[in-house]
Write a protein that binds this ligand. Structure first.
Ligand code: URA
Length: 432
């Protein structure tokens, strides 16, 4: 099989065979297929799409590109949640400790920032010392000791996704349904979770802007999971505005800690509790109402925060940062972004809001880029709020002062202010 022929076939809109898909994933993971050919194929898939059968084959090939977790070595019922990606979406840092503190096992594989969205792995690396690149045996040991560990894709776990994920991030090939579905479900199947809850975003900050597309993606991933024998459901949730107020890696960790301390922003806490309740429900911990009460208690009792601190310590991080988030370093440069008009914030272009964080240094332009973990911003006014001209919309943070102007412009251009208050959108649209 020549990679050239596979790219051409997809470019011309034909379906790829299982053998062709497997040969691509195997060859790319082994370094036999160069980045430029993989990028060309991703772009062809972006434009031409894939049938459900091709997407399932791609998912299984990603799963099989490395080792699968040896579940006989892991104690307890393995559960997980995964988001399709959003701006300010730090729910994994809240949900995973909640459900682990209630006796479920979280052996989680997450990703770095992708496109305009942030990633759990970059966020966790904002905690001094935290190691996201554990060997499989170490990962298993920590999961067995603490009930929870979160790692990135690696040379052994879903290596094809590690490589494709980084490639898609910098080649404008993220927002493709088959590439998203195979990336997420390939990782989840490699970790061999028993129960999976997907958070499929919809709206301007999501990779799927339209509700119908988000629904199709959710159904596709749920079907792949069910076929693999998983207990799985998906929540379709709003990403037409950032979640919470913090955008940027260390800022988001602090906000997630505040949520675990019982003082997080309403939308973040509400969505985290909904996701945690779904996981507990799939794990047979009671009715949805009972599961919600369990999740709330995990926060109010401090159990979830303690579990997060335990995980941080086990993965080499300093747990003092979890109990004293004021210890996180702040960026040396900041700027208040002021609105120039009075009225209601009617809408924000949330993808551009995500880009503003990247412009401050929180994301990558090339695969090799290092990121500024302190970069990002704290939103002061959100969709639906009334503002007076001169009010602060957000406070920007960065280690490079020359980046402030572009980020400020981007945020202001992405914010629409009108005389009329906007209609409220639901936080959770539906459960699939
Ligand atoms: N999360 C993933 O793991 N992969 C994607 O493609 C999008 C979100």
């Amino acid at each position: 099989m020549r990679m050239y022929d596979v790219i051409k076939k997809k470019r011309d809109g034909e379906a790829l065979s299982a053998e062709e898909i497997r040969a691509f994933i195997e060859g790319y993971s082994k370094g036999e297929i160069p980045d430029y050919q993989a990028a060309a194929l991703c772009m062809a898939i972006f434009f031409r799409g894939m049938s459900d059968e091709e997407t399932t084959e791609l998912t299984l090939a990603v799963r099989d590109s490395g080792e699968r977790l040896d579940t006989s070595r892991i104690k307890g019922l393995r559960v997980d949640k995964h988001s399709t990606g959003g701006v300010g979406d730090k729910t994994s840092l809240v949900v995973a400790p909640i459900v682990a503190s209630l006796g479920l096992t979280v052996a989680k594989m997450s990703g770095r920032g992708l496109g305009h969205t942030g990633g759990t792995i970059d966020k966790l690396e904002a905690i001094p010392g935290f190691c996201t690149g554990l060997a499989v045996s170490e990962f298993e040991n920590i999961v067995n000791e603490t009930g929870i560990a979160i790692v990135g894709q690696s040379a052994t776990l879903a290596p094809a996704d590690k490589m494709l994920y980084a490639l898609r991030d910098v080649t404008a090939t993220v927002d493709s349904m088959p590439l998203i579905a195979s990336s997420i479900m390939g990782k989840k199947l490699a970790a061999d979770d028993d129960c999976i809850v997907l958070d499929v975003k919809t709206g301007s900050g999501s990779f799927m802007k339209e509700l119908e597309d988000s629904r199709t993606l959710a159904k596709l991933m749920v079907a792949i999971g069910k076929r693999a024998g998983k207990r799985i459901s998906a929540l379709i949730t709003d990403m037409d505005r950032p979640l919470g107020y913090a955008v940027g890696n260390s800022l988001e960790v602090v906000e997630a800690i505040e949520a675990l301390q019982g003082k997080g922003p309403e939308d973040l806490v509400e969505l985290s509790l909904a996701l945690a309740s779904q996981i507990l429900f799939l794990a047979d911990k009671g009715t949805l109402e009972e599961c919600r009460a369990l999740a709330e208690d995990a926060i109010t009792s401090g159990k979830a925060l303690d579990t997060f601190a335990k995980m941080v310590k086990a993965q080499g991080g300093d747990p003092e940062y979890i109990y004293h988030p004021e210890k996180f370093a702040t960026a040396p440069y900041s700027r208040e972004v002021k609105v120039t008009q009075s009225g209601y914030i009617a809408s924000v272009d949330t993808e551009k809001y995500g880009l503003a964080s990247l412009l401050l240094g929180a994301g990558r332009n090339t695969k090799e880029d290092a990121i500024d973990l302190t970069a990002g911003y704290m939103i002061q006014k959100k969709t639906g709020d009334y503002v007076n001209a001169g009010d602060t919309l957000a406070v920007l943070y960065t280690s490079n002062a020359s980046l402030l102007d572009a980020a400020e412009r981007t945020l202001l251009n992405a914010t629409t202010i009108t005389a009329e208050a906007p209609e409220k959108r639901p936080l959770i649209f539906e459960v699939i």
